[in-house]
Design a protein around this ligand. Structure first.
Ligand code: NAD
Ligand code: UFG
Length: 327
């Protein structure tokens, strides 16, 4: 039986592939390499290069991979600011991709899917921490597209015997513990890789976007989840569905928040580098604080975040130093 990993050459998908293989799963990968890297997955993995929106290609892949026990779906465009400028492109890829995948799964009678949703589906929540009952009110096309994907899955699972788990990640960070794979986005926007590029002197400094938020030090607070913990949740979710668990959604974070300045200080400590920084203006659309309430994932999936911010930064630093220019 095979786990088909869609978007398996991306940052998170490539770690899922590696950890699935380490745990004895047979794995095949689909990716169009729009933001992913072939080098991020082992050469021995069965790899299908193509777009999930291309039905003929996807059906052919499902035909070849006859014994798919479940799908992990990581494909998406996922930059908030880009989604504000190109909403249609985001709905096309994220929602269009989801449509094609659900149709193909139904056609080939594949029963389970675990997929990447996001804290961005919550928008600017009034209460923190954010639980599964917090209203989802996205404030950008990226978050909206992911909420639409959640709803498509929910309706499809009601109408058929397909079951799904939507995992709403908070801020994902880290790399494989040996530093062999990690985050290699061409247009990097995330805080931790930008901090580490600065530590490596690939950038002169890091600009912290705003210190007038309603938080103790004025900078935004985020909840960081380590890659190994995140993939552990995917594997637990897949096993839960295989065991007959009902379709559900889970918020995934460490349930602990760090301000942007605290992340910077931790990175200075872990790397032993100065990491020059400056204070800049707010970035559009950043909520003051996003912290997950992940108790439901603990109760239902038996999952718990184990690794802290230091581990995430330390592993990402190993990756950054050994791959200064990505793959
Ligand atoms: P990524 O861009 O590194 O990975 C996405 C992968 O999907 C890439 O390899 C890309 O080439 C592939 N892809 C995209 N569209 C495709 C298509 N139409 N057909 C085939 N392949 C396609 O992004 P990531 O950071 O690894 O994120 C993975 C998922 O997790 C995304 O769905 C994202 O929305 C979600 N997510 C990420 C974060 C985060 O902090 N990184 C937080 C919340 C949710
Ligand atoms: N930040 C800076 N300087 C930078 C980059 C980021 O100060 O150069 C700040 C941001 O303003 C924000 C914090 O660092 O306050 C975290 O920003 P990221 O861009 O690293 O992450 P986001 O919180 O914006 O978004 C991430 C994912 C989304 C996901 C969201 C959920 O990119 O896909 O987490 O919380 F939806």
């Amino acid at each position: 039986m095979t786990v088909l990993v869609l978007g398996g050459a991306g940052y998170i998908g490539s770690h899922a592939v590696a950890m699935l293989v380490e745990n004895g799963y047979d794995v095949a990968v689909v990716d169009n390499l729009v933001t992913g890297h072939r080098e991020a997955i082992d050469a021995s993995i069965r790899f299908y290069e193509g777009d999930v929106r291309d039905r003929a290609f996807l059906e052919k892949t499902f035909e070849i991979e006859k014994d798919i026990e479940g799908v992990m779906h990581f494909c998406a465009y996922s930059l908030v600011s880009e989604s504000m400028e190109k909403p249609v492109m985001y709905f096309d890829n994220n929602v269009g991709g989801c449509l094609s995948i659900l149709e193909t799964m139904e056609k080939f009678d594949v029963k389970h899917i675990v997929f990447s949703s996001t804290a961005a589906t919550f928008g600017m929540p009034e209460k923190s921490p954010i639980s599964e009952t917090t209203p989802q009110r996205p404030i950008n096309p990226y978050g909206e597209s992911k909420l639409m994907m959640e709803k498509m899955m929910a309706w499809q699972s009601q109408a058929t015997d397909m079951t799904y788990v939507a995992l709403r990640y908070f801020n994902v960070a880290g790399a494989k513990a040996d530093g062999s794979i990690g985050e290699a986005h061409q247009h990097e926007t995330h805080l931790i890789p930008i901090i580490l590029q600065t530590a490596l002197k690939q950038r002169d400094d890091i600009t912290i976007f705003g210190d007038d938020y309603k938080t103790p030090d004025g900078t935004c607070i985020r909840d960081y989840i380590d890659m190994a913990d995140l993939i552990d949740a995917h594997i637990k979710a897949l096993e839960y569905l295989k065991a007959g668990g009902k379709s559900d959604q889970f918020n995934l974070g460490s349930s602990k928040g760090y301000s942007n300045l605290e992340v910077l200080e931790t990175a200075r400590r872990v790397t032993g580098q100065d990491i020059p920084s400056q204070m800049g203006d707010r970035r559009l659309g950043d909520p003051d604080e996003l912290i997950a309430d992940s108790r439901k994932a603990t109760q239902v999936l038996g999952w718990q975040a184990k690794n802290g911010l230091e581990t995430m930064i330390s592993n990402a630093w190993k990756w950054q130093q050994s791959h200064p220019n990505g793959y």
